[in-house]
Design a protein around this ligand. Structure first.
Ligand code: NAD
Length: 279
């Protein structure tokens, strides 16, 4: 089995560490999840990012159980869906997720979206703190939180979120959210790190030139760009060759000029709905 020792770890504000590169399973068919996560674990990935709404926590759990990797070597994230915000629902939702995963705790539990129309995310954060105290989630954080939502959450928080998982790729860099989060000690996890293959990112000359210069693929260059800015990433692929390709990004370094050329690709191209609208 490939070793994962070359993946850097990032230390979170609560003292716990996360492998900076993982495997995401959004839109992975539940029936294929166990096989693909097993492939990822065999490749060397030790960090898996799922969510209750993906409907594939059971497949993730089966792959983990079958792999026989010591639990402390794995980092597993899942997320609380919008309908489960509020104290009682959140406390029940983590139990449901842990049951499906076959685990007694996750390493990271996230509020998936602020869902501002329901306006329950401050109350939900209190429940997340309880979940952490109960030992059911080692670290807790948020996802898709823009600055006003983070500000309101922090006002009433005893625990500062360990991460904010946001859409972030060269075409959409959310610099205001990144700067604000980092100023509060909140690490950035970049979802959609490849822009879900949209916006011609992987065909752009800034990316393809760097790929040619380093003997790497465009996807590897974009993932490397993330790692060199300190982002935590977990690209998704259902193709075993690409799962391996996306893992082989720790053995080269982009120059400052290459990084700058890729950073210049910002064009406001978001792949998801706006967080104000997801409820
Ligand atoms: P991604 O940017 O990782 O794109 C995945 C797509 O890129 C694949 O389906 C494939 O089409 C393409 N791709 C993958 N590897 C490639 C390669 N080597 N070469 C060429 N094309 C390649 O997008 P994502 O899946 O949306 O994001 C990654 C993970 O982030 C998800 O699986 C999930 O875990 C998480 N996520 C979180 C949220 C959230 O709201 N918190 C939303 C979306 C995704």
């Amino acid at each position: 089995m490939t070793q994962s020792t070359s993946v850097p770890t990032v230390q979170l504000n609560d003292g716990h560490s996360v492998p900076q590169l993982g495997f995401g399973v959004f839109k992975v068919d539940p029936a294929e999840t166990e096989g693909l996560v097993s492939t990822a674990l065999q490749t060397g990935y030790r960090h898996i990012d799922t969510a209750a709404i993906y409907g594939n926590e059971e497949g993730v759990g089966k792959a983990i159980a079958a792999a026989g990797i010591p639990r402390e070597e794995l980092f597993v994230t899942t997320k609380l869906w919008n309908d489960d915000q509020g104290t009682d629902a959140a406390l029940a939702a983590i139990d449901s997720s842990l049951g499906k995963l076959g685990l007694d705790h996750v390493d990271l539990y996230l509020i998936h979206w602020p869902a501002p129309k329901n306006d329950r995310y401050v109350e939900t954060w209190s429940a997340m703190q309880q979940i952490q105290q109960q030992g059911k989630a080692t670290s807790i954080g948020v996802s898709n939180f823009l600055v006003p939502y983070l500000t309101k959450l922090l006002d009433g928080a005893d625990v500062v979120p360990a991460v904010n998982q946001i859409e972030l790729h060269p075409a959409y860099q959310e610099r205001d959210v990144v700067e604000f989060s980092r100023s509060k000690g909140i690490h950035i996890e970049a979802w959609g790190p490849l822009g879900q293959g949209k916006y011609g990112l992987l065909e752009d000359p800034a990316v393809t030139a760097a790929a040619a210069a380093h003997g790497k693929t465009p996807a590897q260059v974009v993932l490397r760009w993330h790692l060199q800015q300190g982002n935590i990433v977990f690209p998704k692929s259902s193709n075993p060759a690409r799962i391996a390709e996306n893992f082989a990004v720790t053995d080269f370094e982009l120059s400052d000029a290459e990084l700058a050329a890729i950073t210049a690709l910002e064009n406001g191209g978001r792949v998801s709905s706006h967080p104000d609208e997801v409820n």
